[in-house]
Write a protein that binds this ligand. Structure first.
Ligand code: XMP
Length: 429
């Protein structure tokens, strides 16, 4: 007979306990890791989903210090081509972005952005880049007014491109434990990180297949998704060269696994469970944990980090960006982009998704399809994550991710309290 084995915590159940801080938020170093060898100035990866990450998203993320993981809902040739496109891209932060040579020249730029076809620009002063201009826009007329504009000072974030030893942008690619040819070809094409992309890796066939696959590649391999301490212990003891763990089951904004299959390990709890296993093995910090699913804000990301994660993976957070695949759609005067789970009907209909969620034994849909508001250049979200994480870790009294692990504290809050600490009792415009 089964039994109740415990209680699982979600991001909404906890708050960050403010701690004494010696540093200003803008000096907090948020450098994290995707894997043993992939270090990220902004500890964020984009989900390998066909409405989130192809080369355009991967390029802008890597230029500014984060990492894209190319989805695998396409042929091997197509995925290899996507990796090449990132590898061939100019790694400079400023490539392709219009520039203005003084903060005062912004007014002019505002009028020219539509013509330039860009929602972002780099602001130079005295010959040095000082800020990034971002047009914020769910609204198609986003370039029309300064009210929609934001300038983020680069000095506070210090973005730096994530590059390989040849100076090319880094990129990750999603793989299946069963498709060894794909993994080998992606490594050859220059992928810096192979990310296992299955909903529940802790399965005999999948682990056995992954063990075989791991002996054929030497690039960093991230295994997942898992959610329990046992899964982490099992994987790390059976497969030698795991360079990172992708954790969280069913927390994704487009997931319906929890609903249709009743199974879930919410991402915050998955981090806590995995970190417990890593600590037992003396591997915490050595094998990075990527918190994946349900991260809506930098605050959620900071909670995952305080729980022991080294970076976060986001789908919805970036899905409304210009650089996400897919066209903009206009509904009732507002602009949106499509976002769908990789286990949704539409994604499953593209045949290469078949082995993730739709083996004959799993003929159910485990994801939904929807729309998210258009948010302009992905830079808007990259900067939001970077500055938000700095602020959140600053509250925790930490000046780095390692310090957040050592000093950071989370406290449980009641469901009623959780409502109180979000905007409430006002009509939000
Ligand atoms: P967010 O909340 O950032 O979550 O949008 C993205 C993550 O959700 C996972 N994912 C799925 N999970 N059914 C699921 O149960 C699906 O169809 C599905 N598609 C994506 C995945 O881990 C992703 O990174």
């Amino acid at each position: 007979m089964g039994k109740i084995t415990g209680e699982y915590l979600t991001f909404n159940d906890v708050v960050i306990v403010p701690g004494y801080s010696r540093v200003e938020p803008s000096n907090v170093d948020i450098t994290g890791k995707a894997s043993k060898r992939v270090i990220l100035p902004i500890p964020m990866l984009s989900s390998p989903m066909d409405t989130v990450t192809e080369h355009r998203m991967a390029i802008i993320l890597a230029r500014f210090g984060a990492l894209g993981v190319i989805h695998r809902n396409m042929s091997i040739d197509e995925q290899v081509e996507e990796v090449w496109r990132v590898k061939k891209a100019n790694p400079s932060l400023w490539a392709e972005l219009p520039r203005v040579d003084s903060p005062e020249a912004l007014e002019d730029l505002l009028l020219r952005l539509e013509e330039l076809g860009s929602q972002a620009a780099i602001v130079f002063h005295g010959g040095a880049p000082v800020g990034v201009y971002l047009a914020l826009g769910a609204d198609p007329d986003y370039w029309a007014g300064k009210a929609n504009a934001l300038v983020t000072l680069l000095s506070s974030v210090n973005p730096a491109p994530v590059t390989d030893e040849l100076g090319r942008l880094m990129v990750g690619a999603a793989i299946s434990p069963f498709d060894h040819e794909r993994a080998v070809r992606l490594e050859k094409a220059g992928a810096d990180l192979l990310v296992v992309d299955v909903a529940h890796l802790h399965n005999e066939n999948a682990v056995t297949a992954l063990k075989k696959l791991s002996s054929k590649i030497s690039v960093d391999l991230v295994a997942g998704n898992i959610g329990t301490r046992e899964a982490a212990l099992d994987l790390l003891s059976r497969i030698e060269n795991i360079a990172g763990l992708r954790v969280g089951i069913s927390s994704g904004s487009i997931c319906s696994t929890g609903e249709v299959a009743g199974a879930a390990v919410p991402t915050l709890q998955a981090v806590l469970n995995t970190v417990e296993a890593l600590k037992e093995l003396g591997l915490h910090g050595k094998v990075p944990v990527i918190a994946d699913g349900g991260i809506r804000t930098p605050g959620d990301a900071a909670k995952a980090i305080i729980a022991g994660a080294s970076s976060v993976m986001v789908g919805r957070f970036l899905a409304g960006s210009e650089e996400a695949p897919g066209a903009k759609v206009r509904v009732g005067g507002k602009v949106y982009k499509a976002y769908r789970g990789m286990g949704s009907r539409g994604a499953r209909e593209r045949r290469y998704a078949l082995d993730r969620y739709s083996k004959p034994s799993k003929a159910i849909e485990e994801g939904v399809e929807g729309l998210v508001p258009y948010t302009g250049s992905a830079l808007v979200k990259i900067m939001e994550m970077a500055t938000g994480l700095q602020a959140a870790l600053g509250y925790a009294g930490a000046s780095s991710i390692e310090e957040a692990w050592a000093k950071g504290r989370l406290a449980r809050i009641t469901p009623i309290g959780s409502r109180e600490v979000s905007p409430h009792d006002v009509l939000l415009g």
